[in-house]
Ligand binder design. Structure first.
Ligand code: FE2
Length: 374
């Protein structure tokens, strides 16, 4: 208690940037930051950071980001240490940040727009707030699959949305596809979060692209039928419910398993221990992946610094650093995976256009509402 008070005092007396980093670090050790950690939609925007970002000039780069991971702040800090270029960060939810960049127009201080979800990145491009990124280094760092076709944005990391299962009650031989999770075998045994999560909307959108609307509606009905309980909490909460025996199988992003397995919170480590990770649809359409990406804004005032930062983030070293901290998959094929990711093995991902996630988003929401997926 006393220690935490002293820590709080030190935190509050430090300069803002240091404050955010230091306290951010302590938050991760609590290991229970799902509500902020998992809702790219609800990150508060910091007025102080906004003021920072409005100070244009040499030696700076201004980021508007909807990502909510501590590792990002560490990367920016390392970049500043190595280059002397100051990184100013404004956090917010993606639609808000897109609107803000549009509203600010030519006078926007934003150089980079960073977010999670290929559909949102496609939306940012459609809203005409981005411009092509011209850099041979970036094109070398990031394969085409993980870049916008006009290089309006490039990937920063990818994530796989997989099936997790209770190792003591389910054998991986019983598992196969997302589609199969709607079968009677899993009645009252399935855990998955709300359909209001973009993670699930994009999973549905990808299946609409691959299987068509009708099939997906029937599938979603089966999924709801198989719910072990009404959707509650984020991805980590589904893992916890499986460990608690509420259900046997679930759908979640792999990096949460990684974060839990490496958490300072023993309870999370124990939960992760009980889970198996299964990559579905390996003999069919591949496992659903999504992408985090970086767009160069149309009126970026610090273009050179912005491109230098993207080159830095997509370099093999920093890609390795990000995956070692956050357990997302690197977009640079030269980056080595952490042991845990290696232990899960290589997998075949879905290969659909990122635009499809945007194109079918409304339909995904409609279907979820229709079948009563809360
Ligand atoms: Fe997340």
């Amino acid at each position: 208690m006393r220690n935490s008070k002293i820590f709080l005092f030190i935190c509050t007396t430090l300069f803002l940037a240091v404050f955010l980093t230091a306290c951010g670090n302590s938050e991760s050790t609590s290991g229970s930051s799902e509500s902020t950690d998992d809702s790219a939609e609800t990150e508060q925007s910091s007025e102080d950071a906004a003021t920072d970002a409005s100070q244009e000039g040499e030696g700076e780069v201004n980021i508007y980001t909807a990502r909510h991971y501590e590792v990002d702040d560490k990367v920016y800090e390392r970049f500043t240490d190595e280059t002397g270029i100051k990184v100013n960060v404004v956090k917010g939810d993606a639609p808000e940040l897109i609107e803000r960049i549009k509203r600010e127009g030519e006078s926007s201080p934003a150089d980079l727009f960073i977010t999670v979800d290929g559909g949102v990145l496609a939306h940012a491009k459609q809203e005409d707030i981005l411009q092509p990124i011209q850099s041979d280094a970036i094109e070398e760092n990031v394969p085409e699959l993980y870049r916008d076709e006009d290089n309006n944005w490039v990937g920063m990391s990818t994530r796989a949305r997989v099936i997790v299962y209770a190792k003591d009650r389910v054998s991986p031989e019983e598992l196969s596809t997302y589609e199969d999770l709607a079968s009677e075998q899993w009645e009252d045994k399935l855990l998955i979060r709300s359909s209001t999560s973009l993670y699930n909307q994009s999973l549905l959108a990808s299946l609409i692209e691959l299987n068509g609307e009708e099939e997906v509606e029937a599938w979603a009905e089966g999924i709801v039928n198989n719910f072990a309980r009404n959707p509650d909490g984020g991805d980590r909460d589904q893992a916890k419910a499986i460990a608690a025996g509420t259900g046997d199988v679930g759908i979640m992003n792999t990096y949460y398993v990684g974060l839990m397995a490496n958490s300072e919170n023993q309870e999370e480590v124990d939960v992760a221990d009980q889970l198996g990770v299964f990559f579905p649809n390996q003999d069919t359409t591949g496992t659903h992946i999504n992408i985090s990406g970086i767009g160069l804004t149309k009126h970026s005032p610090n273009t050179e610094n912005a491109i230098q930062l993207i080159e830095y983030i997509t370099s093999a070293d920093i890609q390795e650093f990000i995956t070692s901290q956050n357990y997302e998959y690197p977009v640079n094929p030269d980056a080595e995976w952490p042991e845990l990711l290696q232990s899960w093995g290589e997998f075949k991902p879905q290969e659909i256009s990122w635009d499809a996630l945007l194109e079918h988003n409304q339909k995904a929401i409609e279907i979820s509402n229709k079948v009563g997926w809360q």
